[in-house]
Ligand binder design. Sequence first.
Ligand code: DAH
Length: 335
Amino acid sequence: MQNIEDICKDLLARIALSDNPRDLLKVPELKQLYGAIKTMPPEERGDYGKQVNELRTTLDSAIVKRESDLENATVEPLDITAPWDINSQPLGLLPTETGAQHPLTLELENVIDIFTRMGFDAVESRQIDDDEHMFGTLNFPENHPARDGYDTFRTEEGFIPPAHTSTMQNRILKAGKSKLEAGGQIAAVSYGRVFRNEDVDATHEHTFYQCEGVFVSRDATLGQMLGTLRSFFETYYGQKLEVKTQPGYFPFTEPSLEFLIEKPEALGGKAEEWLEMLGCGMIHPNVLAAADIDPNVYRGFAWGGGIERLVMLKYGIEDLRHFESGKLKFLRKFA
Ligand code: DAH
């Protein structure tokens, strides 16, 4: 057991800081001191009891003092009035006429505008999705290693912030099925934010934008797709471009291709400097079937790629991280 003097010192210090000093009379150390009286040889009790009583008196008066200090303490009132006359002075804080849209918003609108003029509908992609749309309906078998290629985040409940806008393909196909049956075609782009568990550097971000295209008809061809893409890129960069493809791999297309453009001289490119702009291909029969579209009757093509890459080339932006940095010096260049 601690001695009375130590307990006294400790409790006095705690009382001096407490907002409810009377509560300190209930601490176990004190209870033990009182309890000990009963077990003590009778000849020691008198002396011990006296010391405990003195302690109690000391504590009581310290508590009374602390309580009155707390009661008398004055709190400086906060001045919550505005430091100017709000009726006579304009606020002068970030006036709206100096605000502007973010360069990615502007450029995304530009991209969507080109595709809608080409006859594509545009739908925004979701920012939270599920395994079925991220993988299942896109012909990624369960436990297939291709799933690992996407570094997907996952919530504890199993939802997925989509790692590509291809998550929208099944929805676009299902929604367009009746158009096909009425003799028409499906032509839609989907755009929006996507998320990957990536280490961030000048060319990688965990959050970025993609735009995805889907076209289905009775007789869609790879040639139509290449024409569509060339036409898009030439419109976006406002000039003629050299384009080419190379083989790629995506479970949801067969064949799968990567689409490249030669970096235009006007944008600092040298001859034969090829840039990979997006992934594309003929839609895999299993993807059509997952939307209840008969792959023996209909065929389609699809593509998808990042928006930042397009914009970086257009404006000679060297570091992807500028976009999400919120730095006014960068943003004002596009205002
Ligand atoms: N979703 C792919 C990616 O993010 C890109 C892609 C490739 C989209 C081929 C497509 C496609 O629609 O057909 O890596």
